[in-house]
Design a protein around this ligand. Sequence first.
Ligand code: ADP
Ligand code: ADP
Length: 228
Amino acid sequence: EPLLSLRGASKSYTLGGNVIRALKSVDLGLVRGEIAAITGPSGSGKSTLLNLCGLLDTADGGELLFDGEPLPAGDDVRRTALRRQAIGFVFQGFNLVPVMTAHDNVDYPLYLLGVPAAERRARVQEALARVGLQDLGGHKPDQLSGGQRQRVAIARAIVKRPRLVIADEPTANLDAQTASQIVGLMRALAHNDGTSFLVATHDERMLPHCDRSLMLDDGVLQGGIHAH
Ligand code: ADP
Ligand code: ADP
């Protein structure tokens, strides 16, 4: 059974009297420990799809199941709880808080979840170690390289031990070696922890390292369901 399923999901926006159909009856099944890349030109619906799968927004038609549990659009309480506990986010621009150290950036989601301080300290150390930054927890983002910052962002996404990580262009603006470290890290997390990754990317270098590649074209998703 997939970790995340979309069935016939659609989403439209209304803008100045025009209806924009951003997603058209999308079917998607993402299994545990899988890295799925979403490709497609600008405006094809990638961000909209990530927002639905990350429980940041709701579809206006179709069905979404998380770990087999139906999540109707109206159930905001359950969606919010699941988003906080089970889903991590990695964005292109790192989105780190500049005045906070790497340690405190990674700690923040646990603080919001109300995890006790002693446990938080241990888990932040563990997450930083997972991304190879155990010695740099005291550094602020501007004291880190681009690749190190992206690794902090990944540590922050995984410190909750999420079942799903949503990543938007995680290797954009990184040199080849750094990008390859980041993708290798995702592979290790997918393999060792069974974390699933949904990754929107334009980065051709990334695709061979993903388990499969899904194409969005004007709101239509190709390859969303495994052909067993
Ligand atoms: P991508 O991430 O692939 O660039 P998006 O999901 O951002 O695609 O956008 C898909 C379509 O929906 C585009 O036509 C875009 O202009 C439109 N769209 C996205 N967000 C909004 C919004 N908040 N209001 C109106 N239209 C939007
Ligand atoms: P392996 O397949 O042995 O894990 P690497 O992960 O080191 O090999 O990647 C092989 C090549 O592909 C490297 O030269 C690296 O620059 C490039 N590469 C791998 N992943 C990415 C990525 N996500 N973004 C950019 N380049 C990548």
